[in-house]
Write a protein that binds this ligand. Structure first.
Ligand code: ASP
Length: 456
């Protein structure tokens, strides 16, 4: 059996939901359907999840949000009407939203999760009703009834191991199950959402729990591309890639797939296929444990912006036992997570996402590092981009770094930092943000310039 997840744009309108129904009807193996909330119908549209966030926040501050509530209800109403469903489903959705708004506002995190999750929950009910109307034996299943247990961290749920055993039972159901993505329940019965984009995580957990033969992730692109199509013109399509490659690329800003979502599928060795709802006959991209990599050592190139570096210099740093631990302790005390730590003998840089840093935090950490670690120099620089060259084949290939650095020299891009990931699946180059697009274009030219339409 297959688990098929449909993302926001795949379920954004009646027309899209009809395509979903056709995809489900076409393959009897598609037994477990995971759906997102309605996403954008065009680039200037608003996702239902964003409408819901506005609704929840307005209600929390003003105790009233009728206009925001109507904006959500009318999205579902237009979908339901166009699908020829009776008005009852819209009335049920409106009643459900009003009921959610009565939840304890003194628990704002859980209140917001309950409101946000209604996007997928109500969409799953609506889609199940439509599939039934189309003659498919479909049923909506609630994550609580299915035992999708998660930790109680609002907006950041982690699946609990018991959930997998509970979910196994879904395999025995006769019907096609329509399951809302994006949330589970704590052991105490509180609804908790995954991070944004988390319906991918639900799909992956269900695929792992039911030991599915395939996890299909339907989105609005034909495949994963070797570079961002907004930066590189007509990049090649990736036919097959490994979990590790996808994880590294989604970390560096490939937004096709939620990177955390791969973990449950990966641990259970379930292949993942990224496909296009608007073009389901295209083969898509398969994500698997291993691939042959003789064609090109590199599978993709990505750049992510918004990094700062904390540069620290101290003579004989290499001989000082515990220096790194003390440095990282200061960051831990401020609740900061870091991404890379390239280091030399007398200096080190800690690279972190700059959205975590405020002027006060920066001042406090610089002062503590200077005083507590008695360093010779410490300063913070902003606006770096991390360019990642990813590919399992790099591991066995001589000269990838040389080709990359030469390409950047040609593009007149200064490299501030190089980090060959310990896994050798990726090579990370730290550069100034303003050079990011140019760097990706030149690297693409270097590694894929002569490639035909598909790689690997
Ligand atoms: N609807 C949620 C979001 O916009 C989750 C998802 O679509 O995966 O983040």
């Amino acid at each position: 059996m297959k688990v098929a997840k449909f993302g926001g744009t795949s379920v954004a309108s009646a027309e899209q939901i009809r395509k979903v129904a056709a995809i489900v009807a076409e393959d009897k193996e598609r037994k477990l359907i995971v759906v997102s909330a309605p996403g954008k119908r065009s680039s200037d549209d608003t996702k239902v999840t964003d409408l819901l966030i506005k609704l929840g926040e307005t209600y929390l501050t003003k105790g009233e949000a009728e206009e925001e509530l109507q904006a959500v209800v009318s999205r579902y109403d237009s979908i339901a009407t166009e699908l020829g469903l009776d008005g009852e489903i819209t009335a049920t959705i409106e009643a459900d939203l009003r009921e959610r708004l009565t939840f304890d506002r003194n628990r704002p995190g859980s209140f917001m999760d309950l409101i946000k999750a209604s996007g997928e929950d109500n969409n799953a009910k609506l889609i199940a009703a439509f599939l039934q109307k189309e003659g498919i034996n479909a049923v909506y299943v609630n994550p609580q009834d299915a035992g999708l247990l998660v930790s109680d961290e609002p907006g950041n749920a982690q699946v609990l191991s018991e959930a997998y055993d509970n979910l196994k039972r879904l395999r025995d159901r006769e019907e096609v199950i329509v399951f809302p993505g994006f949330f589970g329940y704590s052991k105490e019965g509180t609804l908790v959402t995954f991070p944004r984009g988390g319906s991918d995580i639900t799909g992956s957990i269900l695929a792992a729990g039911t030991k599915a033969d395939l996890y299909e992730n339907f989105t609005d692109v034909d495949s994963v591309f070797a570079a961002n199509p907004n930066v590189v013109k007509n990049p090649v399509k990736i036919k097959r890639m490994t979990y590790r490659e996808m994880r590294e690329l989604s970390y560096a800003g490939f937004s096709v797939f939620h990177d955390e979502a791969l973990i449950p599928a990966f641990r259970n060795d379930i292949p993942v296929c990224v496909k296009n709802t608007n073009n389901p006959s295209s083969t898509g991209t398969m994500i698997i444990s291993e691939r042959e990599y003789f064609l090109n050592p590199v599978i993709g190139i990505a750049a992510d912006e918004g990094f700062s570096t904390i540069y620290v210099r101290k003579y004989l740093m290499n001989r000082e036992v515990g220096f790194g631990r003390k440095l990282l302790q200061i960051l831990e005390d401020e609740g900061l997570s870091y991404e890379h730590i390239p280091s030399g003998i007398d200096d080190t840089s800690v690279i972190l996402r700059q959205e975590q840093l405020t002027a006060e935090i920066e001042e406090r950490i610089v002062q503590r590092i200077r005083e507590e670690l008695a360093v010779d120099d410490v300063y913070i620089e902003r606006d770096f981009a991390m360019v990642m060259i990813v590919g399992e084949g790099m591991h066995n290939t001589v000269g990838v770094s040389a080709r990359a650095t030469q390409a950047l020299a040609r593009a007149n891009v200064n490299i501030e930092m190089i980090n060959q990931g310990s896994s050798e699946v990726s090579l990370v180059l730290g550069i100034h943000s303003e050079d990011a697009d140019r760097a990706v274009q030149e690297l693409y030219q270097e590694f894929f310039g002569s490639a035909d339409e598909t790689v690997q």
